[in-house]
Write a protein that binds this ligand. Structure first.
Ligand code: GDP
Length: 362
């Protein structure tokens, strides 16, 4: 059989991969997300970057502007990357989809000076068990003594600008991380030496402070997704939406709302939903779909703006009656033309899975 021709695939049916950031406390998870968000905002001044509820979408054209020569947009048909804004292990393990991790791909942040720490090992264990593909961001390269900063530069350019002493000092730290990964059963190497990212973990030296290596990090994430995860990203975009609750929140004027990451299909403002609850599945009707309003408009208006529909992958706040019992990590499913009882059964099964996993984790 021949491979399907990429040109015949409907690009609108390919969704954005969902990216999670993990790592030991203080190794720079939040700073890295802030840096990526910040770079994307600057590059996409016209507002091409969209702030979602609980997530940040970085579209392909912005990835390509940040990554420069490292990403030619013509080589990709995935629409970009969606970063979950809350980094850390707790959110990673509670956020699930159909029995797996909600995140399609992960960045494990390791401080080059501090190396492997208890939560680094814990994160590796979580990634291994959930079979989530990941890359390692070897962060804080700017703290190597004598480092010559080249803001936002790709790694090879800034490497060339370092003295031999500085670059060999960085190499030592990087090889220690590669050795630690190998001790944990992961064959790893500096990302530019990796041929097959399914077999080997790529290590990307970065600085969340100076932006050095961030072009490489985005390029590797984009390349890895395109090469190995494209099939999983094929969705029925117009179909009934499927997502996971990030957080249950009281919102003035809207009552209890659920911040949700949608990973399949579309949710519309007039849809009926089934949401996982602490006891039973909740059957409810969407009252409003809410997205953050651009900062400039917040002074005069509510923080949120109502939208008619949202398609995966996206972060969205859903206001609906009877959500008080909804829980973080629970499934959300749109009913639309489907049989309500069938959707309820699916949600019940997913909730039972979550209960088993929670018990196993003690
Ligand atoms: P988290 O706990 O993993 O989210 O770590 P943070 O992002 O809060 O970072 C912890 C500390 O390390 C903060 O003081 C950051 O400013 C600092 N930091 C993070 N990344 C870098 C980096 O690349 N270079 C330097 N010099 N400092 C960094």
């Amino acid at each position: 059989m021949s491979e399907p021709d990429a040109d015949t695939l409907d690009p609108t049916s390919l969704r954005t991969p969902i990216v999670a950031v993990l790592g030991h406390v203080d190794h720079g998870k939040t700073s890295l997300l802030d840096k990526i968000r910040g770079s994307a905002v600057i590059e996409g001044e016209a507002g091409a970057i969209t702030q979602h509820i609980g997530a940040t979408a970085v579209p392909l054209d912005i990835v390509s502007t940040i990554a420069g020569d490292l990403v030619n947009p013509d080589d990709f048909d995935l629409p970009g990357l969606l970063f979950i804004d809350t980094p850390g292990h707790h959110s990673f393990t509670t956020l699930r989809s159909r029995g797996g991790a909600l995140a399609d791909i992960a960045i494990l942040v390791v401080d080059v000076n501090d190396g492997f720490q208890p939560q680094t090992l814990e994160a590796l264990d979580i990634l291994k068990r959930s079979e989530t593909p990941f890359i390692v961001a070897a962060n804080k390269i700017d703290t190597v003594p004598g480092w010559n900063v080249n803001e936002d530069s790709p790694i090879n350019a800034t490497y060339e600008a370092q003295s031999d002493r500085v670059s060999s000092r960085l190499d030592e730290s990087l090889y220690e991380i590669i050795g630690n990964l190998s001790d944990e059963g992961f064959s790893a190497d500096l990302y530019w030496r990796v041929q097959n990212f399914q077999r080997n973990v790529g290590v990307v030296p970065v600085s969340a402070m100076t932006g050095e290596g961030v072009p490489d990090l985005l390029a590797v994430m984009m390349g890895l997704s395109q090469r190995y995860m494209k099939e999983e990203m094929e969705i029925d975009v117009a179909g009934p939406g499927v997502g996971t609750v990030l957080e249950v929140k009281e919102e003035k004027g809207f009552g209890t709302t659920i911040d949700t990451v949608l990973y399949d299909g579309t949710v519309r403002a007039d849809d009926q939903l089934v949401v996982g609850g602490q006891n039973d599945p909740i059957v409810t009707d969407v009252r409003a779909l809410l997205q953050p309003r651009p900062l400039a408009e917040i002074r005069t208006e509510s923080r949120f703006e109502k939208v008619d529909e949202v398609s995966a992958a996206a972060g969205i706040k859903v206001a609906a009656p009877d959500l008080a019992d909804a829980m973080a990590g629970a499934p959300v499913r749109v009913v639309r033309n489907r049989d309500l009882a069938e959707v309820v059964t699916e949600v019940e099964a997913e909730l039972a899975d979550i209960a088993v996993d929670t018990a196993e984790q003690g």
